[in-house]
Ligand binder design. Structure first.
Ligand code: SAH
Length: 365
């Protein structure tokens, strides 16, 4: 049975021709009625995937401590915007706020803002954050313009739609979604348009014939917009995600359903789709705008430097034997380097960009 979204995608292709992968990904994740994030809570054991804040409260608590420390390093502004991009269930923000409740002046200064497209997740976030004053945004245009800002995003950039190109003897080809003879969705190469080639060029190491590269115009746009806000209002951006430190060619788009990989085209709207973040590219975007780049460092290194073992020790003091084992397992999952065993410490990276070049942010040094 084709999903309702599959029918909509096919009709769009019949009407306007093959669809680039970013357009396909954007519909799969964000179609107003059938998009993956718009219709469900995808996280946890029963969902499709688990993220760091859902593994343990320690993750959000340490990020909270990092935010408070950064706020102090920014000169303890009386008011500041704390924007989380793609807050999921709101767990990270809830843990960060709890962890900072005793930091003098912090809760009086912080204004919580959330960039979230999913109505289902917005209501979960509202539940978790009910004791705080939070404001939701569809895009960045409605953010206050008169305060410094700290932006955080965990596994947010990887959800932004990407396009895929292959270098051929005759030039760039772009991978699109089309319909085959059996009325099934299929991948199909077309001549790449200039708009996407231009977006790619500044970051590119000349590829070999047959190599694929990925580019996210949405990611570039959003990052540039956030950087412009930070440059105007003062502040810091922090992103945690999985990806490459150096430019790497290849197909990294993956669809995940029930904690397993599945075919990208099989059940549009029912699988999570993500792509590796190219940390080299996002650093170059920030450097071009004279932002100070901190990292990237591995998530394992970052959390160790923020004191995850101390937090682990404190939590274990008041825990039963069983809970102590769970805490140890969570720490291993967050900082361990065995990527094949779903350990996140090495695969995930942390990067920050600041408008102030004379600032040493915790976790990076
Ligand atoms: N940060 C959370 C969730 C990560 S999943 C965690 O670590 O658990 C990605 C999140 O980004 C979801 O909340 C999803 O709804 C949101 N999202 C994805 N694309 C978005 C977009 N274009 N605009 C706003 N939110 C988006």
């Amino acid at each position: 049975m084709p999903t309702a979204l599959e029918e909509i995608i096919k009709q769009t292709i019949r009407d306007t021709g093959p669809m680039n992968l970013a357009h396909y990904m954007a519909l799969c994740l964000g179609h107003p009625t059938h998009g993956y994030y718009m219709t469900r809570d995808p996280f946890g054991e029963k969902g499709d995937f688990t993220t760091a804040p859902e593994i343990s409260q320690m993750f959000g608590e340490l990020i909270g401590a990092w935010i408070a420390d950064s706020w102090v390093k920014m000169g303890t502004p009386k008011k500041f915007i704390l924007l989380e991009c793609g807050p999921g269930r709101g767990t990270l923000m809830m843990d960060a706020m709890r962890a900072t409740q005793n930091v003098d002046g912090f809760h009086e200064a912080v204004q919580i803002h959330l960039l979230e497209m999913s109505p289902v997740l917005r209501s979960l976030q509202a539940e978790r954050l009910s004791q705080y004053d939070a404001t939701w945004h569809d895009d960045l245009s409605t953010l206050p313009t008169d305060y410094p800002i700290i932006v955080i995003g965990n596994e947010f950039l990887d959800a932004l739609p990407v396009r895929q190109l292959t270098w051929c003897e005759t030039g760039w080809k772009e991978k699109t979604v089309n319909i085959d003879k059996n009325d099934t969705l299929c991948l199909y190469d077309v001549e790449a348009k200039n708009e996407v080639i231009e977006a790619l060029t500044p970051f590119l190491i000349p590829p070999q014939v047959g190599e694929q590269v990925e580019v996210s115009l949405e990611q570039q746009r959003l990052l540039n917009d956030l950087i412009n806000i930070v440059l105007k209002q003062g502040g810091i951006l922090l992103f945690v995600d999985y990806g490459f430190v150096h430019n790497v060619a290849g197909d990294t788009i993956q669809a995940v359903k029930n904690h397993s990989y599945c075919d990208l085209l099989e059940t549009p709207g029912e699988a999570d789709i993500t792509a590796h973040v190219n940390f080299s590219e996002i650093s170059q975007i920030a450097m071009k705008k004279n932002m100070m780049v901190h990292g990237p460092v591995s998530q394992g290194e970052y959390l160790k430097r923020l004191g995850i073992s101390i937090r682990e020790g404190l939590l274990k003091e008041n825990a039963t034997k069983l809970q102590q084992r769970d805490i140890e397992a969570a720490v291993k999952r967050l900082i361990g380097e065995d990527t094949k065993n779903n350990e996140m410490g090495k695969l995930f990276k942390v990067i920050a960009f600041s408008s102030n070049s004379n600032i040493n942010l915790a976790g990076f040094v």
